[in-house]
Design a protein around this ligand. Structure first.
Ligand code: BEZ
Ligand code: MG
Length: 360
């Protein structure tokens, strides 16, 4: 039984699923929606411990800026649920929220209202962790810089009255207790390697946990894309699944290439997002990069096709794989990395108009 977990909640997902992730956060806390006499949801209430039959789990909820804007009453409801748990007259060994809140109060001497804050997002009017932009720029040395970026952007706590305050110290302390991170996936349209927001948010918080604890914790994806009961995968399994079914699947990449310029850009974006997962979680298998290199860069015909459809993205793709090697994410052998670098130079020469053909 974990004492503390971190969840990523997006606005659109919760609208589409009618609040599945909100319900998960409440269930972990041992809380429910509280309704008024008209049946309207007006807040949270605790499920009694004897009915819960297990301890209350401490839940760090990180909201996208879109969730915060679209669902302000649900934001308050989540904050109220952790406050109720923190202030319940219960054995701390049966209530890990209370256990951690009391410990934080003892360390910092703050009031329980502040120590019980567990709903974090951006400052008002701000969106995104920006970990995706930092990653894309390549202008970072240590993975901790990604964690810093995340906690600076997402270090704003929303309380049960809807008030926001910057709570960087509290966030960093709560992160130390987190034993796993997870996010739901609700649509087959988008995977965790399709858009950069998944590694920006779930990856971002995972790297922040790693920095706070000094060790990695498991990262999980709950796949609800096929209806029914859903299925939980490790991050490593989810990236492997998407790599096999999308990026390395000829049906997928040939369809992308039918779209010409944009298709190549999509392929490159998937490769960059994959590296985003290595940078934030360290949990992408080396074979992923090896096979991507062989399929899209070391294969001369494919390299030529990509370059002619979209020379900018083709060159970026090769450089991203080289960057991933330089950051030690896949341990390529010397011959492969030499071939990759030569191919990268050819692509750049083609892009710059030095050569009219991508050299063989
Ligand atoms: C959201 O709905 O919260 C969201 C959508 C796309 C990217 C990030 C967040
Ligand atoms: Mg050059």
């Amino acid at each position: 039984m974990p004492e503390s977990v971190a969840l990523v909640l997006w606005g659109t997902d919760n609208l589409k699923t009618e609040g599945v992730s909100i319900a998960q956060a409440l269930a972990l806390l041992g809380a429910e929606a509280r309704q008024d006499s008209y049946g309207r949801v007006v807040g949270a209430k605790l499920t009694p411990l004897d009915r819960l039959g297990r301890p209350r789990i401490d839940v760090l909820v990180t909201l996208s800026g879109i969730f915060r804007d679209l669902l302000p009453t649900q934001t308050q409801l989540l904050a109220e649920a952790s406050w109720l748990a923190a202030t319940a007259d219960e054995d701390p060994e049966q209530n890990f929220v209370r256990k951690h809140v009391l410990a934080y109060q003892a360390e910092h001497g703050c009031d329980i209202e502040a120590a019980a804050l567990r709903v974090f997002s951006n400052a008002e009017g701000a969106y995104g962790s920006n970990v995706n932009y930092l990653l894309d720029s390549g202008r970072w040395e240590e993975e901790d810089e990604l964690a810093d970026c995340y906690t600076q952007r997402k270090g704003f706590a929303y309380d049960r009255h809807g008030k926001v305050s910057q709570q960087s110290d509290l966030l960093n302390r709560v992160l130390e207790d987190v034993e796993l991170t997870y996010q739901n996936l609700d649509s087959v349209e988008l995977g965790i390697t399709t858009v950069d927001h998944y590694f920006g948010t779930l990856g971002g918080i995972s790297s922040a946990v790693q920095r706070a604890r000094g060790e990695r914790v498991p990262v999980y994806i709950a796949d609800h894309t096929t209806g029914g009961a859903g299925r939980v995968r490790t991050l490593n399994e989810q990236v492997a699944l998407e790599t096999r079914t999308r990026l390395l699947n000829p049906k997928w990449y040939e369809s992308m290439l039918d779209h010409g310029y944009e298709g190549v850009r999509q392929i490159e974006a998937h490769v960059t997002n994959t590296m985003g997962w290595s940078a934030t979680t360290g949990d992408v298998s080396p074979w992923v990069y090896k096979q991507l290199s062989e399929t899209f860069v070391l294969d001369e015909q494919m390299r030529d096709r990509l370059a002619k459809l979209n020379p900018v993205s083709a060159s970026r793709l090769a450089n991203r794989l080289i960057e991933a090697q330089e950051r030690d994410y896949w341990g390529a052998d010397d011959d492969s990395i030499d071939a990759l670098k030569r191919a990268g130079e050819d692509l750049e020469d083609f892009l710059e108009g030095v050569t009219g053909e991508v050299a063989a």
